[in-house]
Write a new protein. Structure first.
Length: 570
């Protein structure tokens, strides 16, 4: 259950802290006040879209955090936390997410940084958020199969079937490679073996090309290198016989002079020590240069060997990878060639065994698809009846809803299946008496679609452990008795779930256990959204505003108070 939501610098919201309770809570406010922004901040927290445009104007970062209570029924959420070594404190978990102006978003669950994918996966166990985007999913036939499988309780079975089916597809791909012309197969095999022989025969090692290039540069620049290093040595040590003083003799004299001076004035001790340190460092450098000079040898034979080796490596790169490739890329190419050669070389021997394996997998796939189809057929009848039962309570007594299930066409030799089984599934509806059953997108209005989705959520809510249901604009296109019916239905749902609902209808709001108002505030050139709970007389005023647009009219206030009293909102 969502207990607290804290929003900072998100869209029009400067800072909002909202405490939520159990039961049925409505969020109300004038059009444009920011009701959907609050739900948008929750969607963002749960792993939804992140964009710098969501940051409040003039700010550098937006942040949303939420505290969720995990009870004994939150088994999936608790299991996920355990698998990821995250602990809940006092049966509560805090989720936090930020978005910066550079577009980078970050998320934490219980103080542990997580990816957006992990955030979405965990959040799916906590909140089921229904908005216009999800309502539109009812118009996507591909989603109908998912809803039916959830209702039938066979999501795990279908996932196992998909894995089995994908295995069959992969085996069929391998088997299809047997169809390659034998001559083409042999030519490919010869080419692969030649490449493997060339690369293996070169006995390459990682980083060898870089070492050889450095050696080649040193050997080919021998004369210039000798001259430069000799000049460096000369500048360091000088030539006493020629009367030329180098840096080190000068430093030696300077060091002695400062040592004597420091003997007279201790304040010069630190300078003397620094000169002494520099002197020793230069002596060490001179020694290293002398060693380097002594090791310099011009070896034309070695230069030729290095250049020949580099030419071989360059040729192999150009032939099997690219000029910019590394030796690691060449070795990887040889490994891939070995795998392909082994597969092509063993095709003849493995073909019979693979055909038998594919045949057995096809039988397994058919049996699994058939078992799933039987469960779907039984569940489709129950689901159709359950949906119609809810729709009747929501003012669609004459509606006929059907989960249409047809088996994919096959023949005497093969039953065609897809990754989710052998069934084609589509929701059909007849909203009015005498009207034929047709796809939802051809007959359902916005209000009818909202009620179908609410019915769907109702029957599916018993099949999951998600504690919080959020409805954004569930009352689109409805009013009057239908609105009351939807409000009563949401109230009923809240007996077992925490229900949050944005509404502009007073007939729904009066049925809520709690009401939160969202209001727009303008100060100078700045606009912000305020979020605060309303109760007592303030709630009466808000209901009056929802009824007539006038929160001060005595008649509206009396009507609002009467409605709240009647439906238990007071």
């Amino acid at each position: 259950m969502l207990e607290e939501l804290d929003v900072q610098n998100f869209a029009l919201i400067d800072r909002a802290h909202v405490d939520f309770s159990e039961g049925f809570t409505v969020l109300s406010g004038e059009t444009g006040a920011g009701k959907s922004i609050l739900i948008g901040s929750l969607a963002f927290l749960l792993g939804g879209r992140a964009s710098p445009e969501q940051i409040r104007a003039g700010c550098h970062e937006a942040q949303v955090s939420g505290t969720f209570l995990l009870d004994a029924a939150s088994k999936e959420a608790l299991s996920w936390l355990s698998e990821h070594d995250i602990e809940a404190e006092d049966s509560r978990i805090i989720i936090r997410r930020t978005i910066k102006e550079n577009g980078k978003s970050s998320a934490w669950i219980g103080g542990v940084g997580v990816t957006r994918a992990d955030l979405s996966a965990f959040a799916s166990f906590l909140v089921d958020l229904h908005g216009q985007h999800e309502q539109q999913s009812l118009l996507k036939v591909a989603e109908h199969r998912r809803y039916l499988d959830i209702y039938a309780g066979i999501v795990g079975d279908v996932a196992a079937f998909t894995s089995l089916y994908n295995g069959l597809v992969e085996k069929r791909k391998i088997l299809s490679s047997f169809a390659i012309d034998e001559k083409a197969r042999q030519e490919r095999l010869d080419m692969l073996n030649f490449a493997i022989g060339e690369i293996d025969g070169a006995k390459l090692s990682e980083g060898e090309d870089e070492e050889l290039e450095a050696e080649e540069s040193r050997l080919s620049s021998y004369e210039k290198l000798c001259a430069d290093i000799g000049e460096a040595a000369h500048h360091l040590d000088g030539d006493d016989n020629a009367g030329e003083g180098g840096v080190i003799p000068c430093m030696r004299r300077l060091n002695s002079a400062l040592e004597r001076a420091a003997g007279s004035d201790p304040e010069l001790s630190s300078l003397s020590e620094r000169i002494q340190s520099a002197f020793y460092e230069l002596e060490d450098i001179s020694s290293e240069i002398q060693k380097y000079q002594q090791g310099l040898v011009y070896d034309p034979d070695r230069l030729a060997q290095v250049q020949e080796r580099l030419e071989l490596i360059y040729r192999l790169k150009k032939k099997y990878a690219s000029q910019a490739a590394s030796i690691g890329d060449l070795l990887a190419y040889a490994d891939g060639a070995r795998e392909e050669a082994a597969r092509l070389g063993g095709l003849t021997e493995d073909r019979s065994a693979l055909e038998a394996e594919v045949s057995e997998l096809e039988k397994q796939v058919y049996r699994a698809a058939k078992a799933i189809s039987v469960q779907r057929a039984e569940a489709s009848e129950r689901m159709s009846a359950a949906i119609m039962g809810v729709l009747a309570k929501l003012g669609m007594k004459n509606a006929v809803f059907k989960v249409s299930l047809t088996v994919k066409p096959g023949d005497a030799f093969e039953q065609r299946c897809g990754p989710y089984g052998m069934d084609d599934i589509e929701f059909l509806i007849s909203a009015n008496p005498g009207s034929p059953l047709l796809p939802l997108d051809r007959v359902a209005s916005g209000g009818e679609l909202s009620r179908v989705m609410l019915a769907m959520k109702t029957i599916l809510s018993a099949a999951d452990t998600t504690a919080t249901l959020v409805f954004d604009e569930i009352d689109t296109g409805i009013g009057g008795e239908i609105a009351v019916a939807i409000g009563e239905h949401l109230k009923k749902l809240s007996e077992n779930k925490q229900v949050l609902c944005i509404t502009h209808l007073a007939s729904i709001a009066v049925l809520a256990d709690n009401q939160i108002k969202i209001a727009k505030a303008v100060a100078g050139n700045s606009t912000s959204t305020d979020v605060f709970p309303v109760g007592g007389q303030e709630r009466v005023r808000e209901i009056a505003r929802m009824l007539s647009g006038d929160s001060d009219s005595q008649q509206s206030l009396e009507h609002a108070a009467a409605m709240l009293h009647r439906f238990g909102g007071m």
